[in-house]
Design a protein around this ligand. Sequence first.
Ligand SMILES: Cc1cc2nc3c(=O)[nH]c(=O)nc-3n(C[C@H](O)[C@H](O)[C@H](O)COP(=O)(O)O)c2cc1C
Ligand SMILES: [Mn+2]
Length: 497
Amino acid sequence: MTQHGAALNFRDFVDELLRRGDAVQIDRTVDPDLEIGAVTRRVYETRSPAPLFASVSAGDKGMRVFGAPAGLSSDEHGAYGRLAAHVGLPSHSSAREILEKLVAAMHADPVPPQVVPTGPCKENILLGEDVDLERLPVPLLHREDGGRYVGTYGFHVVQSPDGRWTSWSVARTMLHDRTTLVGPAMPQQHVGMIREMWRELDRPTPWAMVLGAPPAALAAAGMPLPMGVDEDGYVGALSGSGVEVVRTETNGLYVPANAEIVLEGYISADETGPEGPMGEYHGYSFPDGKPQPLFHVEAMTFRDRAILPVCVAGVPPEENHTVWGTMISAEATDLLRSRGLPVDLAWCSYEAATCWMVVSVDRERLAARETTEEELVRDVAEVLFGSHAGWLVPKVILVGSDIDVTDIGQVVWALATRYRPGTEYVFPDTPGIPMVPYLSAEQIRAGHGGKSVMSCIRPEEFSGEVRGGTASFLTSYPQDLQRSVIANWTRYGYESA
Ligand SMILES: Cc1cc2nc3c(=O)[nH]c(=O)nc-3n(C[C@H](O)[C@H](O)[C@H](O)COP(=O)(O)O)c2cc1C
Ligand SMILES: [Mn+2]
């Protein structure tokens, strides 16, 4: 027996999407050399159903690839349907509903994983000499890429040497050779922090990578929960039951029992190899690769007819926006609210490629606070930029809570009509993720800069006044007229309400 349901079982997730028409099985044999990448890219950009590539001309016969696991969908399927399925919500859930569920789970007691003796991920076990990563259908995703990526939608499992902190985190890994991967483990990210703890003991880091993980686990592994917090307990709180995990074959770590593919081994303390370039989340591919740590694989276990999920990073929307951006938004919303700031919602607009976050400020609570723009900006920057989540966010835009921050049209309107030239507060010394595309070489070396807070809150809003009401369907007509117009919509000759 293994646990079921789309949020806690990747195979069930794929089946559910196929059933509801938001995934399609492609039986025609595809080439992992760019073809899988090209199809998946076009799927994101046209909001088409996710492709399940059932026949791939590399890797073991029968191995499959699943693209765009959290791409946006056409409205018919609910735009956020695939993301909603990750967290156990119905397909027509709104962005706000998904965020509120993620925030609520942060306040629930963690539900630790349940150890089970075995599971589907042990259907095939390759040890030692038999390990061969070429048995997986490893794709070349963009022609600019420096190699083929195994892990674009999987997570690392590592544990602090004292065993008190287990970290699950998403980061990319590229094929180095038959038994080795190479990829970033930035010191500010938890996988890098834990690797440092092992390096201090002069030891390699015991490590596993999980591919085709329970979708709720993948989402949590892409979430900047604070240092020391176990993502596995958060997944349990989010999904209502502890994730079933099994012991690895070789290194004593625990991995989700129904995962499609598990790689086990260690992160080298000192060896590096060339990694990248790769088409990235901000939508660019910069020319140079960089040396990154090596991940040695000593065992691989996988389900029969295993499915390798892939994210083909690039211009939005892909999973760096829909998953990473949403998880950052949930963490930031909770942080800002729980520090007592008058914050309604924080949202990384997918269209902004996780390079900005829009924060709506409750107008009544703002007025009651008797604060100035400078003070509000300083408070938001202090809370956010001082946090693990805020390190990832370069720009913050503040708007009044009449703006639905999850609607990019409203955000653009607010920027155009409320941003007063000059009201951008720049934080040159604040540390931030060095991958932001507009950073100078000097800022990248220094690890700070490029961060700002833009205020689109009009001066009078600080004292509770609103000059100029909004002219729109919702604000310019009596409610009974709005209701009657909607009720009569098809009678006017329109197709559907
Ligand atoms: C599809 C996807 C790909 C990602 N790729 C990377 C990556 O290559 N490197 C990285 O540092 N973070 C990457 N992230 C973001 C991290 O997973 C995220 O910041 C998370 O909070 C890291 O875990 P940690 O907070 O436990 O360190 C990615 C996230 C997603 C959803
Ligand atoms: Mn973490």
